[in-house]
Design a protein around this ligand. Structure first.
Ligand code: GTP
Ligand code: MG
Length: 225
């Protein structure tokens, strides 16, 4: 059982200026959360199940030409540790909700994870990604790709089927969540800019009408001699 946080960091002086993205990976016990994170960070597959309590990883990446530092919190899926769930939910800027395509129960729990995020974060628009892991085990598949896609669509989230064994779509998931966070930030920036422009336009209009009224008053009042 692993309880000590592991940090695989590639730090440099320039790293201190790199934007840090706080990412949390959630899902039922044994779906492959740790295997996905380890594959992303260390390019290796762990073929044993060592139930996580809480592990932290750091990884640098260049995503769409921009540097990023991913702070990844690997969480506990095992029931005995799930009391910490609300704590994780408060922590993240983006969430990867993971199920196993071989385990229908883990798929059914995706919605519960999303609902808990919504509740803890007061329905803030939090970026999420849904991933169906273990897609190398096609012969044991219990959840179809279409079901996964449909659920992700319902949640307004991108969807990937991954395999930690084959390293399939692993980068897509972790880079994807950074893209979702950036997209949200861009949308917020555009909305703020729009609001500021609207306010400025209103202020200018107000000043214009004030001047116009003053001019009208002056031109209609009898000239003082
Ligand atoms: N075939 C296959 N096995 C996988 C894959 N990902 C993980 N596993 C195996 O599934 C088991 C559980 O993986 P973990 O990564 O420990 O699962 P977890 O979600 O972190 O589990 P908890 O820490 O208990 O919440 C291990 O035996 C892994 O080797 C995958 O993509 N394909
Ligand atoms: Mg784990």
């Amino acid at each position: 059982m692993s309880s000590t946080p592991k940090v695989s960091a590639s730090s440099s002086n320039s790293a201190s200026k790199t934007r840090v993205y706080k990412i949390v990976i959630l899902g039922e016990g044994g779906v492959g959360k740790s295997a996905l994170v380890i594959q992303f960070v260390s390019h290796r597959f762990t073929d044993y199940h060592d139930p996580t309590i809480e592990d932290a990883y750091t990884q640098q990446a260049r995503i769409d030409g921009e540097p990023a530092k991913l702070d990844i919190l690997d969480t506990a899926g095992q029931l005995e540790f799930t009391t910490m769930r609300e704590q994780y939910m408060r922590h993240g800027e983006g969430f990867i909700i993971c199920y196993s395509i071989t385990d229908r129960r883990s798929f059914d729990e995706v919605l519960a994870h999303k609902n808990l995020i919504d509740r803890v974060r007061c329905h803030e628009n939090i970026p999420i990604i849904v991933t169906g892991n273990k897609c190398d085990l096609e012969q044991k598949r219990k959840v179809s790709t279409e079901e996964g896609m449909h659920l992700a669509e319902q949640l307004g989230a991108p969807f990937f089927e991954t395999s930690a064994v084959l390293r399939q779509c692993v980068d897509d998931v972790f880079h994807g969540i950074v893209r979702e966070i950036r997209k949200k930030e861009h949308e917020e920036y555009v909305a703020l800019e729009k609001q500021a422009k609207k306010r400025l336009r209103k202020k200018r209009m107000h000043a214009f009408f004030n001047r116009l009224n003053l001019f009208k008053r002056r031109s209609s009042s009898p000239e003082e001699t």
